[in-house]
Design a protein around this ligand. Structure first.
Ligand code: ADE
Length: 353
C-alpha cells in the first residue's frame, strides 16, 4: 500500500529551509546541547525553554560539569520548569557518561536509550540530529501532523497507535533524518497547532492533508485520556517567626518533587484547631493564623488543591530550616506548586479555576 506520508517529505523540507527558527540549541550539533534542550522541551514550550537553556549551558557547559553539580544547585537552575525528575536524570546520565564512557557522549540510538531519562523520543532526536542516524523522533507535535495528514481517527495517546505512526514515518524518512525530524516538529509547533488554532493557510502540507480536505482539522488528533488524576487536598503553612524568617523543609529524596524545599504542609483542609494541633506536633507556638489564598497545581498523576495560611509563630523552633524570604527566593528550589504562597512576588497562578 502506498504510504500517504511520502508526499510530505519534499514540501516539508523545502518549507523548513526558509522557516527554521534560530534557537540557542541549534547553533551546533553538540549532542550535549541537543540532549539538554530536548529534555527541557519535553514538557515546556520553546519560548519558555530559551532562557533556562542559555543559563543552564552557561553554568554547566559540558557533561563533566553537569556530573559534578550539587543537586540543590541543579534544582535551583531547573526551578520553574517543573517535572524535576528530568533534572535529576540529566545529572545521573552525565555521571554515567563520565564514569562509563570516559566523558564521550553515546552516539547511537541504542546506546542513548540506555541513559536515565532518555526514551525513544530523546534518543531518536539526538541520534538523528547529531549523528545522522535514520531514526524517528515522535512527540506530540509529530503525532498531530501525522494524524491530520493521514486523517487517522485513532487515539494517539495509545502506545500501539504511536508505534504504528512512527513505523509509517520511518518508512518515508529521508537520509537527512535529523533535519526531517526537526522540520516536522517545527511545523507542529508553529503551524499545525492544536484544536482550532491550526494555520492551514500557511501550511506547506495543506495540499496533501486529509484533515484539511475533509474539514477535520480541529477534531484531529483524537486524544482520549483514560487516566483520571487523583485529587489531593493539602493545607500549606507559611510559618513565619517574629524576625520574618520562614520555615522550609527538604522533601524526601524519592517520590514527588524529590529533594526540593517546601513549605510545611499536611494532607486535607485542616480547621484552625487542627492546624494548631499540627503546629504543636512540630513543637511550634502559634500566635496568629491568617488565610492567604487557595491554589491548584496539576502534577502528572495527581492534582493538589491547596489552602495556604500565614502562621505567625513566636520563635523559630521545630525541625525546620528557618530562612529569610530573600534566601528562599535565591537559594532554595521551591516547587512551582507552592509558589502562590511564597513570601515574595511570583507569577504563579492562583485559585482553583
Ligand atoms: N521541539 C522539541 N525539540 C525540537 C526540535 N529539535 N526542533 C523543533 N521543535 C522541537
Amino acid at each position: 500500500m502506498e504510504n500517504h506520508l511520502q508526499r510530505i517529505v519534499n514540501p516539508l523540507l523545502a518549507w523548513y529551509e526558509t522557516h527554521r527558527r534560530e534557537l540557542p540549541w541549534r547553533r551546533d550539533k553538540d549532542p550535549y546541547h541537543v540532549w539538554v534542550s530536548e529534555i527541557m522541551l519535553q514538557q515546556t514550550r520553546v519560548e519558555a525553554v530559551k532562557k533556562y537553556y542559555v543559563r543552564f549551558i552557561e553554568i554547566l557547559p559540558d557533561v563533566q560539569s553537569l556530573s559534578e553539580v550539587p543537586e540543590d544547585r541543579l534544582l535551583k537552575l531547573w526551578e520553574g520548569l517543573g517535572y524535576y525528575s528530568r533534572a535529576r536524570n540529566l545529572k545521573r546520565a552525565a555521571e554515567r557518561i563520565v564514569r562509563d564512557c570516559g566523558g564521550v557522549f553515546p552516539d547511537t540510538f541504542a546506546s542513548l536509550l540506555k541513559l536515565p531519562g532518555v526514551g525513544e523520543y530523546t534518543a531518536g532526536a539526538v541520534a538523528s540530529i547529531c549523528f545522522d542516524e535514520k531514526v524517528t523522533a515522535v512527540d506530540g507535535n509529530v503525532l498531530r501532523v501525522v494524524a491530520r495528514v493521514t486523517g487517522s481517527r485513532e487515539n494517539v495517546l495509545l502506545p500501539e497507535v504511536k508505534k504504528q505512526m512512527a513505523a509509517q514515518l520511518l518508512n518515508v524518512l529521508p537520509d537527512n533524518a535529523g533535519t526531517f525530524n526537526e522540520a516536522i516538529m517545527e511545523l507542529g509547533e508553529t503551524v499545525c497547532l492544536p484544536g482550532g488554532a491550526a494555520k492551514c493557510g500557511e501550511c506547506p502540507l495543506s495540499g496533501v492533508c486529509t484533515a484539511h480536505r475533509d474539514g477535520l482539522t480541529s477534531e484531529l488528533p483524537v486524544r482520549i485520556k483514560h487516566m483520571k488524576r487523583r485529587q489531593e487536598q493539602r493545607t500549606v503553612f507559611l510559618l513565619m517567626a517574629e524576625d520574618g524568617r520562614i520555615a522550609v523543609e527538604k522533601r524526601p529524596d524519592k517520590g514527588l518533587l524529590a529533594g526540593m524545599y517546601q513549605l510545611p504542609n499536611a494532607e486535607g483542609f485542616l480547621t484552625e484547631t487542627e492546624m494548631r494541633a499540627m503546629a504543636e506536633v512540630w513543637g511550634i507556638d502559634v500566635l496568629e493564623i491568617i488565610f492567604i489564598k487557595e491554589a491548584k497545581h496539576a502534577f502528572t498523576h495527581l492534582d493538589w488543591l491547596m489552602k495556604g495560611y500565614q502562621v505567625r509563630v513566636s520563635h523559630s523552633a521545630g525541625e525546620f530550616l528557618w530562612v529569610t524570604p530573600k534566601q528562599l527566593q535565591e537559594q532554595y528550589a521551591l516547587p512551582t506548586a507552592l509558589k502562590p504562597f511564597a513570601p515574595f512576588p511570583t507569577t504563579a497562578k492562583t485559585a482553583f479555576r
